[in-house]
Design a protein around this ligand. Structure first.
Ligand code: NAP
Length: 257
C-alpha cells in the first residue's frame, strides 16, 4: 500500500535506546540507511549492529544535540556515508523531574537546551542538504506532556515539548516550498529506559488510566513516525499526532469506571 522507503537516508537522534531505538529499528526494517546518533557512541553502535544483523544499513555517530558543531558534523557524516539526508527524526530528549520551587535555572536551561534548542540545531544542520534535494521529512518527537497535559515536576519539560510544536508550525511554512514537511509525534507514556527511575506502581497506575489499559510501545510511536516519513504523507505538514491509547481522553477517573 505504501511506497517503499528503501534507500532513503534517515538520521535519528537519541536512537541508542528507547523510542529513538524503536524508530531506527522500524526504519531499518523498511530498508532505510540509518545514522544513529547519541552522546554515547558504544550504545548507538550496538543498535546499529542490531540493524545490520537484521539485514539493514546503519552506522553510529556520537554527537550532542545541544552543540551546533556536533549537529553540523552529524549532517556531514550522513552525507559522506549515504549521499543524502531524506529524513530527520529529531527525537533526543531528557525528562528529569523538578517541581517549581526546587527547579534551578540550570535544570530549566538543560531541559530547554536539549529538547528545544536541540530540535532547532538538528533541523538547521540538515536543511542545506534537504533544500538542495528539494525533499525532506522532518519528524519531531514531542509529547502529550506540555502540548496537551501537565504533570507535576515537568513544567520545564512541558514547555520544551510545547515549544517544539511552535517551532514546527513556522518551520513547516518556511520549508514547504522546498518539498520538506515537518510534523510531530506526541507519545503518551512509553516504558523506556528514560523512565527506568519511576516505580512499577507508577507505570501500573498510568496504564489503568489509559482507555486501552496499557502504556505505549516504542513500535507504536515508530509506526507513526514511519507514516510521516512516507511518500504518502507528502501533503501533511505542521501537524501533530497523539499516540497514547486514549490517555488524554478521560475527563475524570469516572470515565473509565
Ligand atoms: P530515553 O530512553 O532516555 O532515550 C533518550 C535518548 O536520547 C538516548 O539515546 C540518549 O542517549 C539520547 N540523548 C539524550 N540527550 C542527548 C543529547 N544532548 N544529545 C544527543 N542525544 C541525547 O528516552 P525516551 O523515553 O526514548 O524518549 C525519547 C523522546 O521521546 C524524548 O524526546 C522524550 O521527551 C519523548 N517522549 C518520551 C515519552 C516516554 O514516556 N518515554 C513520552 C513522550 C515523549 P545519550 O544519553 O547517549 O546521549
Amino acid at each position: 500500500m505504501f511506497t517503499s522507503l528503501k534507500g532513503r537516508t534517515a538520521i535519528v537522534t537519541g536512537s541508542s535506546k528507547g523510542i529513538g531505538r524503536g524508530i531506527a529499528l522500524r526504519f531499518g526494517l523498511v530498508g532505510c540507511n540509518l545514522l544513529l546518533v547519541s552522546r554515547k557512541l558504544d550504545e548507538a553502535a550496538t543498535v546499529a549492529a542490531e540493524i545490520v544483523a537484521l539485514g539493514g544499513t546503519a552506522r553510529a555517530f556520537a554527537a550532542d544535540v545541544t552543540r551546533q558543531s556536533d549537529m553540523q558534523a552529524m549532517a556531514q557524516v550522513a552525507l559522506d556515508s549515504f549521499g543524502a539526508i531524506d529524513i530527520l527524526c529529531a527525537n533526543a530528549g531528557i525528562f528529569p523531574a523538578a517541581k517549581l520551587g526546587a527547579m534551578t535555572e540550570a535544570d530549566f536551561d538543560s531541559v530547554i537546551g536539549t529538547n528545544l534548542k536541540g530540535t532547532f540545531l538538528s533541523v538547521s544542520a540538515c536543511l542545506p542538504a534537504m533544500k538542495a534535494q528539494r525533499f525532506g521529512r522532518i519528524i519531531l518527537t514531542s509529547s502529550i506532556t506540555g502540548p496537551v497535559t501537565g504533570f507535576p515536576g515537568w513544567s520545564h519539560y512541558g514547555a520544551s515539548k510545547a515549544g517544539q510544536l511552535g517551532f514546527m508550525r513556522t518551520a513547516a511554512i518556511e520549508l514547504a516550498p522546498y518539498g520538506i514537511t515537518v510534523n510531530a509525534v506526541l507519545p503518551g507514556t512509553v516504558a523506556t529506559e528514560g523512565l527506568a527511575d519511576v516505580s512499577e506502581d507508577y507505570i501500573r497506575n498510568v496504564a489503568a488510566s489509559i482507555p486501552m489499559h496499557r502504556v505505549g510501545s516504542v513500535t507504536d510511536i515508530a509506526n507513526a513516525a514511519l507514516f510521516f516519513a512516507s511518500e504518502e504523507a507528502a501533503y501533511i505538514t505542521g501537524q501533530s499526532l497523539v499516540i497514547d491509547g486514549g490517555q488524554i481522553l478521560p475527563e475524570s477517573p469516572a470515565a473509565l469506571a
